[in-house]
Design a protein around this ligand. Structure first.
Ligand SMILES: NC(=O)c1ccc[n+]([C@@H]2O[C@H](COP(=O)([O-])OP(=O)(O)OC[C@H]3O[C@@H](n4cnc5c(N)ncnc54)[C@H](OP(=O)(O)O)[C@@H]3O)[C@@H](O)[C@H]2O)c1
Length: 295
């Protein structure tokens, strides 16, 4: 019998890629993708019941309130899901591997090109909950945290990734104002899945950054995507975060990922080179690229 691996948040963007790629990259695991209908992670009794039933040997914890705006609107819910549910899973896991997805948003964005040892200083509630969850997970030396960068892909519900958000807005005729002075290190969800499965096979622990090798402005990201989605091209308009009036935004959340890269069999290339080296088109260009991510 194969050991059971739980993937929480399997209905979301990253969790769905982990489930879809498991037969290829994690054939030794009996992967159970959990969606909200299987178990509400804020229902402790239900989680404990399912835990006894499945006896997972590993947990990849993707479930979260992942939209910063929702965390601002409902900080109690954000804390319940992002922190308290994580604490429950970490305590149930004990010495078994648990991998939590954190976020580049634990940083304030004033420095950029962050490494794992840089000081965190979240400036929004989402980042605060992720920082709190990181701390409790890393208090167990057998557990792992991945700080993930902005992730592109196609979700089951077609409304999870920033690419889907952009395409929807463009489809509604809106102009997309993209900052030329706000930076991220994006990567595709298929790359995230492959990296995580490789990491799990190495029985990791500790803290890792996972992002693409290129530091790109929001505008550069939009221009790269327009090579696959030409309908975006006429909708993109450059803007400046300096002229933006709204909740504070971390300007530069680019991360360096050498620590994780040294453990992987494939290169974490830059987002632009990754897109331009593939034809795009077809039913879903993100799927097209998944089976073979070597450049
Ligand atoms: N995508 C990115 O760009 C990005 C970047 C940095 C870090 N991250 C982190 O990476 C992880 C995965 O992100 P993602 O983009 O896949 O997020 P996502 O698409 O929002 O998926 C999160 C999943 O968690 C589920 N969930 C929320 N509350 C739950 C609850 N109480 N019980 C059970 N399930 C619950 C959601 O279920 P419903 O579908 O029912 O709502 C959803 O399927 C998250 O921790 C996120 O914070 C993501």
């Amino acid at each position: 019998m194969k050991p059971v691996a739980w993937i929480t948040g399997a209905g979301g963007l990253v969790g769905s890629y982990l489930v879809r790629t498991a037969s290829r990259w994690a054939p030794d695991w009996d992967v159970r993708g959990l969606i909200r209908q299987d178990v509400d992670l804020t229902d402790e009794m239900a989680v404990r019941r399912l835990w006894r039933e499945h006896q997972p040997a590993a947990v990849i914890h993707c479930a979260a309130i992942s939209r910063p705006a929702v965390c601002e609107q409902d900080p109690g819910l954000a804390r319940k899901v992002n922190v308290e549910a994580t604490a429950l899973l970490a305590s149930l896991s004990g010495d078994r591997p648990l991998l939590l997805f954190s976020s580049d948003q634990v940083f304030d964005g004033r420095q950029g090109r962050y490494v794992e040892t840089d000081r965190i200083n979240p400036i929004n509630r989402y980042g605060e909950t992720k920082a709190a969850a990181e701390k409790l997970v890393l208090s167990n030396p057998r557990h792992t945290v991945i700080r993930l960068a902005l992730t592109a892909g196609t979700s089951l519900t077609k409304d999870r990734s920033f690419v889907e958000d952009m395409r929807r807005s463009a489809g509604q005729g809106q102009r997309l104002t993209l900052f030329t002075d706000e930076f991220r290190s994006p990567l595709p969800a298929g790359v995230v899945a492959r990296a995580v499965w490789e990491l799990i096979a190495r029985k990791p622990s500790g803290l890792y950054h996972l992002g693409g090798a290129e530091r790109l402005s929001r505008m550069e990201i939009g221009e790269a995507l327009a090579t696959w989605y030409p309908e975006l091209a006429s909708r993109l308009q450059p803007g400046s975060v300096a002229a933006y009036h709204g909740p504070s935004r971390p300007p530069d959340l680019s991360m360096r990922c050498e620590k994780l890269q040294s453990l992987l069999s494939f290169p974490l290339t830059g987002f632009r080179s990754w897109i331009t080296s593939r034809p795009g088109g077809g039913a879903d260009p993100w799927d097209y690229a998944m089976p073979d991510l070597n450049p």
